[in-house]
Design a protein around this ligand. Structure first.
Ligand code: CO
Length: 293
């Protein structure tokens, strides 16, 4: 009787051990990890924007030389436009599905957005959906350029470090942010406040939010500013920079300010062309990566 009981307990023990082993195997803990990075941008069909993407790509690969780096564009219109030119770019959803299919175990998704606006929220929902689906052992999203106060300070320094050298005292720098109806639009005025603590002649306006160019023009007038450098505060110098900022149309920032008696010098460079900004985005990959170790 005692012997029988012992055998039963022993058998149960073996069965349990086997089950735990099977469970572990089915969850893939014994599978070697395959970690990838998915960089997500709104996208641009302008060739002037490619230099920004190339710079980010180069810097991410330098920071993570052993990992595969993929790209996805969120804009359907841009993807369609590029497809007509033979350039196929995936949406974040398709890119993640492919990575899932190819056996990636961990994916760090890093967006190249400036603020946590509506597009960032969309990517965030996609990442969450893949997490719930359970296709990866780990999937995490990195923060955009401006997420914390530390980012704000780094961004202020990045802007100050990259002002054209030709700028003289009394001349303004007017940054063009994208702007949005999303509550995160407040980041632009917060940035302007912190910039002006260091340099009162730097202004931040937006194309699609607050502050608008009309407000900036008044502010320049109040200070009797006669010349301004116009610089995009977007990762790429794409359509907004070329047309809304530096274009010849009547409502471009260049036209509005010139009409108001302010000489304009447009600088067609996106923030991602400068390593100071790129370092902030690349730095945001550290958080997801720390969870994959
Ligand atoms: Co836009």
């Amino acid at each position: 009787m005692k012997n029988k009981k012992l055998i039963a307990i022993y058998t149960l023990f073996i069965v349990c051990l086997f089950a735990v082993n099977c469970l572990a195997a089915s969850h893939g803990t014994s599978k070697p990890s395959k970690v990838g990075i998915l960089l997500v941008a709104f996208g641009s069909s302008e060739s002037s924007a490619q230099v920004s993407f190339e710079n980010i790509d180069r810097n991410v690969k330098k920071a993570y030389p052993d990992l595969l780096v993929r790209w996805a564009y969120t804009s359907h219109i841009i993807r369609k436009k590029l497809a007509k030119q033979g350039k196929i770019l995936d949406s974040p959803e398709v890119a993640l599905s492919k990575m899932m299919d190819e056996g990636y175990t961990h994916v760090a998704v890093q967006t190249l957005h400036t603020i946590r606006g509506a597009e960032f929220d969309d990517v965030s929902r996609t990442v969450e959906a893949f997490r719930i689906m359970g296709g990866f052992q780990g999937i995490m999203l990195g923060q955009p350029l401006l997420a914390t106060q530390e980012d704000m300070e780094k961004t202020v320094n990045a802007i100050l470090n990259n002002i054209p050298e030709a700028r003289k005292k009394g001349e303004a720098v007017v940054l063009m942010g994208h702007g949005t109806h999303h509550p995160s639009n407040a980041f632009y005025t917060a940035l302007m406040f912190q910039l002006q603590l260091k340099d009162p002649y730097i202004f931040v306006g937006t194309v699609e939010g607050y502050p608008e160019i009309g407000f900036i023009t008044e502010e320049l007038h109040k200070r009797n500013i006669k010349k301004a450098y116009l610089i995009p505060f977007m990762s790429v110098a794409g359509d907004h920079a070329k047309n809304d900022m530096a274009g010849d149309e009547e409502d471009s920032w260049k036209s509005v300010l010139t009409k108001a008696g302010i000489e304009c010098v447009p600088v067609l460079k996106g923030t991602a062309e400068f390593d100071d900004f790129v370092a902030i985005w690349v730095g945001h990959l550290e958080e997801p990566m720390s969870h994959f170790k």
